[in-house]
Structures are given as structure tokens and as C-alpha cells.
Ligand binder design. Structure first.
Ligand code: SF4
Length: 359
């Protein structure tokens, strides 16, 4: 195996350090949305869950598996446009599942429609996939927790060819710069950021967010009355596992604004920006994608990251136009020493509004 993982297929990716960040977009069941987005010329990849019999992701987000014919049609369309395709196999752990079924699925879609990438969170699958499918890129899910140079190097050595890093380091300039530097040893490595984000910075439950439905079921069975208390006091049990009424926490959430993509480009910190979520409506995704394609958004910033009622109805809002110039360069180098810094609180005071009784 070559150091770079030997990825044979190519799709439009920016030249290292010189190109614009391109986008990985979700397939929500609407091929029309993908066609529309592809016209921007900024989409390098579409990601999607599996189909009946080969779905190792969708249960996470409460979606039904897709039909194979639908996935194949999507992949063929992407192939015709020179856009990559990324099958999510991000159930964690995956190693105890039927590996043969996974491999059959990958082989089938690859043969029929030219699959270019798979996403896994279980590192145990990486070397097996690389060996079996040397022409297909393997991407780390955010749930693999790649959040440092050491972990990124280990993942690359294992065979990961595309790193979707832990969003906890979205605002850690030094860590992202170090990881981008790995391309010297792994020339075809790509770094991807997920900046459309619902989780709070530092939430200890972030890596369980996707399987919250399963965790909740277990806890309810274990303690029908007291299960809520087992998770701690300040938790919102129906939407998220971390509740805060502090505006500063909303600003500290490691989202990436459309306007700030240029900062990541200029510093060569990422190649691809992943837009979530595949369970969202086309109407909503069009709005989010338009903001990122345009690198500008003049509305309530929080609606880009979450359609939860509290944000969608503007009960808690953030006027993106009021975010101060220099925001991204400040938070990228602050090292999270919030005990002695009130910057995010001051930004929140300026931009975040909460309707009475909404918190
Ligand atoms: S250290 Fe300051 S700028 Fe950084 S996250 Fe904390 S409050 Fe914000």
C-alpha cells in the first residue's frame, strides 16, 4: 500500500493550498436538489446512507434505508458530472456487523455506478476496506474523533485518505495547520470540516448525539421514571444532550460561518466543507447551500445550523451581519481559555437575542 492510500479515482478537489474549498453535500432523497447544487460548480461530493440490506448509517438519524435503484441513479448522475460519491458506513462499531454484506454493497455500487468514497467511524474497518477496495477513498467520520496531529497521522497510516476531523477542532488553528501539514507525507490526503453544527463546544455527549435515540431507549428501559436524572441536570432530553441558556455558549459552538470559509482557504486548513444534514428538507438545504456557495448570509445565523424550533422561530437568534470583523481570526487562536476571556460573551451581547421566556 502506498503512503497516500493509493486512491486511483479523482474528482475535482482544490490544488493544495491554492484552491477554493469545495463542498460535500447530503443526499436527502431529492435528486433535483443535487442537480441544482451541481450547477454551482462547487460540489465535489454527495454523501448518502445505504439501501435496504446495506444500510449501516441511517438508523442513526431515524431515516428509512434508501432503495438501491435510487442510490445507483444518484451515483450515476454524479459520475456523469465528475462529482464524487460517498457511502456512509458510519455506524460505530461496525466490526461486529456482517462485513461480507458491507463489502458486497460497496462492490455492487462501485461496479454499477463508480462509488468513489466510503465513510467509517470504526477504525477496524479501514485496513480491510483499503485492502479490498484500493481504488476507493476511505474517509474518517467525525465519530472517529480525529482531533490532533497524532490521531490524524495514525488514521492516515491506517489507510484513511480523507479526514473529516472532529468539529471540536474547527477553531483550533494550530491543530488544523498541523493536520494539513500531513499532506507532505500523504500527498493525496484531504481534510474535510463539518461546520454546520448543532453540538455545543465541549459537550461530553457530542459523539453520542447521533445514536441518542438508542441511548434514550436503553435508559428508559433501565429506569422508566428516573432516566432523565441519570444524564445530569442541565440537559435538554428531547433535542440535544446539552442545554445552555448562555449566549456565549451559542457563539462558542464551533460552527463555521459562510463568510469565514475564505480564512480556512487562505491558510490552507481544509479542502472540503461538509454541509449537513441529510434528514433536512430540500427547501432548508437550498437556503444553507446558497449561503455557503455565496460565502455570505445576512439572516439569523443559527438557522443555518439547526432547524430546532427555538432557532427556526427566532426565539434565539443571531444577526450574522453584526458578527464583528476579525471574529474568525480571534476564535481560531484563543486556545479556549474562556475562564480569562469574555470575547464570546461580548459577541453574544452584540448579536444574540432571545425572546422572553424562550430559554
Ligand atoms: S477563549 Fe475567549 S474567544 Fe476563545 S472560546 Fe473562550 S470566550 Fe471565546
Amino acid at each position: 500500500m502506498r503512503l497516500d492510500g493509493g486512491v486511483g479515482r479523482t474528482y475535482p478537489l482544490p490544488v493544495q493550498g491554492h484552491g477554493r474549498i469545495l463542498f460535500s453535500i447530503p443526499y436527502n432523497g431529492d435528486l433535483g436538489l443535487v442537480r441544482w447544487a451541481s450547477l454551482s460548480g462547487q460540489v465535489c461530493e454527495v454523501y448518502f446512507g445505504g439501501w435496504q440490506g446495506c444500510d449501516f448509517s441511517s438508523a442513526y438519524v431515524g431515516l428509512e434505508p434508501l432503495r438501491y435503484a435510487e442510490v445507483a441513479a444518484l451515483a450515476r448522475f454524479c459520475r456523469g458530472q465528475g462529482i464524487g460519491t460517498n457511502l456512509l458506513l458510519n455506524k460505530n462499531p461496525l466490526f461486529f456487523d456482517d462485513i461480507r454484506r458491507i463489502f458486497e454493497g460497496v462492490r455492487r455500487l462501485s461496479r454499477d455506478a463508480g462509488l468513489t468514497c466510503v465513510t467509517v467511524s470504526d477504525p477496524a474497518l479501514v485496513p480491510l476496506l483499503r485492502k479490498e477496495f484500493p481504488a476507493i477513498a476511505v474517509q474518517s467520520s467525525i465519530y472517529m474523533g480525529v482531533n490532533s496531529l497524532v490521531k490524524a497521522r495514525a488514521a492516515a497510516r491506517l489507510g484513511v485518505t480523507s479526514l473529516c476531523v472532529d468539529p471540536e477542532i474547527n477553531r483550533d488553528f494550530a491543530a488544523l495547520k498541523d493536520i494539513a501539514g500531513l499532506k507532505a507525507a500523504f500527498p493525496r490526503l484531504r481534510v474535510k470540516l463539518l461546520g454546520v453544527l448543532r453540538c455545543y463546544q465541549g459537550c461530553p455527549y457530542a459523539w453520542r448525539h447521533a445514536d441518542w435515540g438508542v441511548l434514550r431507549g436503553v435508559l428508559e428501559a433501565w429506569s422508566p421514571r428516573g432516566w432523565r436524572e441519570t444524564l445530569g441536570g442541565r440537559l435538554d432530553h428531547d433535542r440535544c444532550l446539552f442545554e445552555s441558556d448562555r449566549g456565549a455558549d451559542e457563539i462558542r459552538r464551533p460552527f463555521i460561518r459562510p463568510e469565514d470559509l475564505g480564512y480556512y482557504e487562505r491558510h490552507g486548513l481544509a479542502d472540503v466543507f461538509k454541509v449537513a444534514y441529510r434528514e433536512d428538507s430540500s427547501e432548508r438545504l437550498k437556503g444553507v447551500l446558497t449561503a455557503y456557495f455565496d460565502r455570505r448570509f445576512d439572516g439569523n445565523l443559527f438557522t443555518l445550523f439547526s432547524d430546532e424550533e427555538v432557532y427556526a422561530k427566532g426565539l434565539v437568534s443571531c444577526d450574522n451581519r453584526l458578527i464583528p470583523k476579525g471574529f474568525v481570526s480571534r476564535v481560531m487562536r484563543c486556545k479556549g481559555r474562556c475562564e480569562s476571556c469574555d470575547y464570546c460573551a461580548s459577541v453574544a451581547k452584540r448579536c444574540v437575542r432571545a425572546a422572553p421566556g424562550s430559554s
